[in-house]
Design a protein around this ligand. Structure first.
Ligand SMILES: Cc1cc2nc3c(=O)[nH]c(=O)nc-3n(C[C@H](O)[C@H](O)[C@H](O)COP(=O)(O)OP(=O)(O)OC[C@H]3O[C@@H](n4cnc5c(N)ncnc54)[C@H](O)[C@@H]3O)c2cc1C
Length: 417
């Protein structure tokens, strides 16, 4: 068993894996210590009765620069969502053709209940603004909350309440739109310049692909780090592992705990329910948004329409996203979701079979302004101790992956000095 390495990476999510990958490219010996029984952190997929259940519905935006750099998209067998959404409002579904490129195409002009003709022009303007300059520059622009930014851009309350709140609410788990305008603009740029995808074998294929490039003897699962002491970590088992450099790649609140901080950063939570059905409630792989703002459901989609392996032959997988952690028990919550969706899709919903509910207390950090610049070089907390992941960075697959490499670059410099 390794109890001495040049570098210890704590946490085997995308940040830790990408840090390890960069160290591996420099042939620097490392030990990656992961508390759970597999790599991937928040990006893992469970197989349940032949269905692929991501631990909370999520997607890969193919425009993420770091994902393009690191991942082999072809081997991930990416499957794509239709670039559109349907908004449930006033007892009906309203098609939003392509929210990031042509949001109101397909709606009946000024009489649309989702937005106004002015909103359509404003989306065009916002799109141009978010596409200008580099991603780095985007994170140095003036910052406010997303709600403020939308209001400053002149969007109507109608489109904010009926489209932006459920759409961005589902992305950032924040219907109040208090998240940094920089994250919103970054997200807007990513959505409008690439595809929204799922790997054919589930989101968990992303970390698995990265881990497959690492030496298996350097990955230690079921190895929870209890504390750090100088250049060593103490595992729950009591074992001590020592290195020249440590990198913490854990969730923000856990990183704060390991650093001995008294005040832990806040979390945004989400709950995801999966159902099995004989027939999908939609014809196309797109997102259905709750534009009414009532009831537990924020959005619904059918991942198996995009990536057929998410359901066994002849079945459909339905993913329901709720923002926050409802206080209802699982059976009560399932009933309440079923009742709401029966109003949307009709009595067929009563035949859906509930597969599993994931309640994710720490799904994302708060990401309120001021947001740190994720592209800035990583500075050590103290000599030899580095942090990556969302502690001091925005979240998302892009920034988790980038932050891992960025921290590894700093460690490589430190070891050379
Ligand atoms: C439901 C949901 C939907 C999302 N949707 C999207 C999306 O569509 N697109 C997008 O870009 N992003 C999305 N995200 C965000 C994205 O998944 C995360 O930002 C990213 O995966 C975080 O990676 P990470 O490596 O920083 O952290 P994590 O994935 O949390 O990895 C941290 C790892 O550290 C381990 N660990 C913790 N404590 C210890 C310890 N003491 N010792 C050892 N190991 C420890 C954990 O077990 C875990 O494996 C979503 C997140 C959730 C939860």
């Amino acid at each position: 068993m390794v109890n001495r390495a040049d570098v210890i990476v704590v946490g085997g999510g995308l940040a830790g894996l990408c840090c390890a990958l960069r160290l591996q490219q420099e042939r620097i010996p490392f030990a990656l210590l992961e508390a759970s029984d597999g790599v991937g952190g928040r990006v893992r997929t469970d197989r349940v009765e032949g269905f692929l259940l991501d631990r909370g519905f999520q997607v890969l935006l193919t425009a993420y620069p770091e994902a393009q750099r690191v991942l082999d998209y072809q081997r991930l067998d990416l499957r794509y969502f239709y670039p559109g959404a349907r908004v449930r409002f006033g007892g009906k579904f309203h098609q939003v053709a392509d929210p990031w490129r042509h949001p109101l195409d397909g709606l009946r002009g000024v009489f649309s209940p989702v937005g106004t003709i002015g909103d359509k022009m404003k989306v065009g303007r916002l799109r141009r603004k978010t596409m200008e300059g580099s991603v780095e520059e985007l994170f140095r622009r003036r910052e406010t909350t997303t709600l403020e930014a939308l209001r400053e851009s002149g969007f109507s309350d109608k489109i904010i309440d009926r489209f932006f709140r459920p759409f961005l609410g589902g992305v950032f788990f924040d219907r109040e739109l208090g998240i940094s305008s920089r994250m919103f603009e970054f997200g807007f740029r990513m959505f409008s310049s690439g595809e929204t995808a799922l790997p054919g074998a589930g989101m968990g294929a992303i970390p698995t692909q990265i881990a497959s490039r690492l030496p298996s003897e350097s990955l230690r699962l079921n190895s929870r780090v209890e504390s750090i002491q100088n250049q060593s970590v103490i595992l729950s088992s009591g074992e001590k592992v020592t290195a020249s450099a440590l990198v913490l790649a854990t969730e923000g609140p856990e990183t704060a705990r390991l650093l001995g901080e008294e005040k832990l950063p806040g979390s945004r939570s989400t709950t995801c329910l999966y159902f099995a059905a004989d027939e999908p409630p939609l014809g196309k792989p797109l997102l259905i948004l709750n534009g009414e703002g009532e009831g537990p459901v924020n959005s619904v989609t059918v991942p198996s329409l995009a990536a057929p392996a998410y359901a066994p032959e002849g079945g459909a997988l339905i993913a329901v996203t709720i923002i926050g952690l409802p206080s209802l028990r699982d059976d009560q919550l399932t009933e309440s979701v079923r009742n709401q969706l029966a109003g949307w899709f009709g009595p067929t919903v009563s035949a859906w079979r509930h597969l599993r509910t994931y309640r994710i207390r720490h799904a994302l950090p708060l990401q309120i302004p001021p947001l740190p610049d994720p592209t800035a070089p990583v500075r050590p907390v103290r000599p030899g101790l580095y942090v990556c992941g969302e502690y001091g960075n925005p979240a998302s697959l892009q920034w988790a992956m980038f932050s891992g490499r960025n921290a590894a670059e700093a460690v490589i410099e430190f070891l050379k000095a």
